[in-house]
Each structure stands twice: as C-alpha cells, then as structure tokens.
Design a binder for this molecule. Sequence first.
Ligand SMILES: [Zn+2]
Ligand SMILES: [Zn+2]
Length: 419
Amino acid sequence: MTSHRQYIACSALLCLLAVSPPQGNTGGQWWKGNTHTHTLWSDGNAAPEHVADWYVKHAYDFLVLSDHNVLSQGERWVPVSESEGGSLRAADVEDLEARFGPGWVVERSDGDGREMKLKTLHELRAKFERDGFLFIQGEEITDRYEQHEIHFNGLNLGTVIPPQGGDSIVETIQRNIDAVIAQGKRLNRPVLGHLNHPNYQRSLRPEHVAAIKGERFFEVYNGHRSTRGHGDLMTAATEQIWDVALTIRLAEHKLGLLYGLATDDAHNHHGNVDVSVPGRGWVWVRSDRLAPDAIIEAMRAGDFYSSTGVRLADFGADDGRLWLQIVPQPGVSYTTEFIGTRYVDGSPATSGQLLAISQDLRPSYRMTGDELYVRARVISSRLHPDPFAAGDLETAWVQPVLGPAAGRSMALARKKPLP
Ligand SMILES: [Zn+2]
Ligand SMILES: [Zn+2]
C-alpha cells in the first residue's frame, strides 16, 4: 500500500459531489468481508455459527449476517427435523455439537419434536471475535412495490428497521434508504445501505437505481443464481445498469457517484445445493482498524473494491489519472478495462464505453477531458472455482471516480430551469 486514495483535482462544484479522500488511512490494510448472507434467522439453511465458521475458516475478516427483516437478537427457536427435508436437520445439530463442544447447542422439546435455540449476534461475537474476526450488525430490509422486489441492506444498524413501503418503486427504495440514514443520525454512528440485486425478478431498471438519494451503493455482483447478474434478452446486466445509472446520476440528477459491491447472498450452506453459496463475491476494504465504524467509514469514502478472485495491492486517482496495482498469481494473466461515459457537446455519449484496455500489472488511464466518470474492471484468465454462471472468470471492480466533464455537466444542469 504505497498511498491511500486520492481524487482528481476538481472544480468547487465538482468537489461538492466528490467524496472526500479517506483521512488517516495511510498504512491502512486490506480487510476482506461479505456484507450479504443469510442464516436460520430467516431463509438461510444453516445456524449462524455454522455460517460464521465458514467465513472464519476461509480467511475473511468481517461478515454481515443480513437476514430478512430481522436482526440476530432475542430468543428464537427453530424446529429440528428428523427428515432430510427440514431447514435444520438432526444431523446438523450433531455437527454443531461436535464442532463447538458440549453445552453449545441449546434444545427444548416441543410436543412431539424438539427445537434448537438460535445463537444471537452477541453470542457469536463472544465466540468468534476473540480470534480477530469482526461482525457488523445488519439486516436485509426486504420490501416490495407491487411485483417489484426491493431489497436494501442496512449495515451497522443498532435496531431492526421494518420495510417502509411506498407508492412507487423509487419512493419505496428511498423510504428505506431514509430509514437507514435516520437511524445512523439517531444512534450517532456511521451506517451504510446498499441496494441489492436489481435484476431479481427483473424488479429494477437503471433509472430506479440512478435515482437513489443520500446513498451511493448497490450490488454490481450478487452470487445468488436467481439474480440475473449477466442480464438476459429482457434485462440489462448489472454492470450495464451501473454505467447507465452513473451517467444519469452525473449528467441529469446531480447525485454523484454510485459504488458497486460484490456479495454472496448465500442461503445454501451445506454443499448439497449450490444456488447461493458462500465465497462467490466479496469486498476488500482499506482501513487502519478492523472495527464496524472504521470499515463503514472507509467504504463510505470509496476506499474499497469488489472481487470474485482478483487481488489488488493498491489503486487511486490523482493528476487526472486512475491507476491500479494488481497482485499477480502464478500462471494467471490480467486484462484491465477502463470504462466510462464521455460527455460531448453538452450531453452524455454512449454509457459505459470501453475507453482503454491494458495487460499491464500496473495499468493506468489518463483522463482526456470529456469523461463524466471512469472505472476499472480487471478480468483474470482464471475461471472462478464456484461461479455464479459457467465460464465466469475471476474479476475485480474498482470504484468509479469523477472525470473532468462531471463538473461541466453539473454546471449545465444548474443553469437549466427546474421542472
Ligand atoms: Zn434479496
Ligand atoms: Zn439476500
């Protein structure tokens, strides 16, 4: 880590829109985490300690257990099924006892059957955090408008946030965002909300993603195979959604950048079903401390990248240049694509054009003057070992930075009369 992220020199107006460079992170280190996973607290098929144990053993540093409309708090009992069909099977309970020792599992009889008590986040922290692993409390706020699924992860929450509802797709998204922001203010802590899997049930279009106010995060990669990340004949891929949404936000809405996360959204933890498993996509966050507030603040500042296998040593933007440094693996080659939208004659050109391509391990892109934003995608020659879709290559996504034309488009937008 040679330097922390810096941002392109900008006009006063542009600086209002740009995020501030992270302060005090010089010498910070990279922490690997997943912000979206399910357990028996909602529709995941494993106990929370089983899930946490997987991430600990696979060298993750932090984890958000993000169950649907619930935090891992209070008393919750789940039935133990003697058959193979139940969510919690007798064999799973035996496995927990064997792994965590006598007295770990708490059971009670329930008429004809038996139930197991779910571990709370408090209990999980007592078990796992002494080894340097971190939990960030979170929830997948699971809402819908008509047939449109609107799922929004709240990270570093203190209390549960029920789905807020609304009279349109955009209003439903925004009311949930506003609830997360309001809780952060009330509890005086940094919180973060990310809009999930826009293509699940073909629920959200780019203009919906573009319109989010007060927040700047969405899932560009979700490992759940029902989420149509690559798009289909009727639906744009989530990377295309990212570029169109970035263009609309910068050229029309004055809403600033949008950052992309990679997450697992794992529900299947026993290896017998692979629709949504742990380990497909994650984030690397640069921070001087592994603590909830520090991780959230670093992500809010854009000091993170998303990955399904490619590792970066460093990245940044300075002197009109976006640059990165790839950590090479033996026998693997890397292609970096710099992607952005140009702003020509007062309006945006095609969203998400390929601006440059490089095979270098230290690729960089120098702004030419007409970019609204530029981002980088690094594709390795190695197949993902357990992919979202067959043929997926290990990839990293570097967050977008504002280009020189962002300030011009904003100034132009200010001169236009309000509708
Ligand atoms: Zn969801
Ligand atoms: Zn989910």
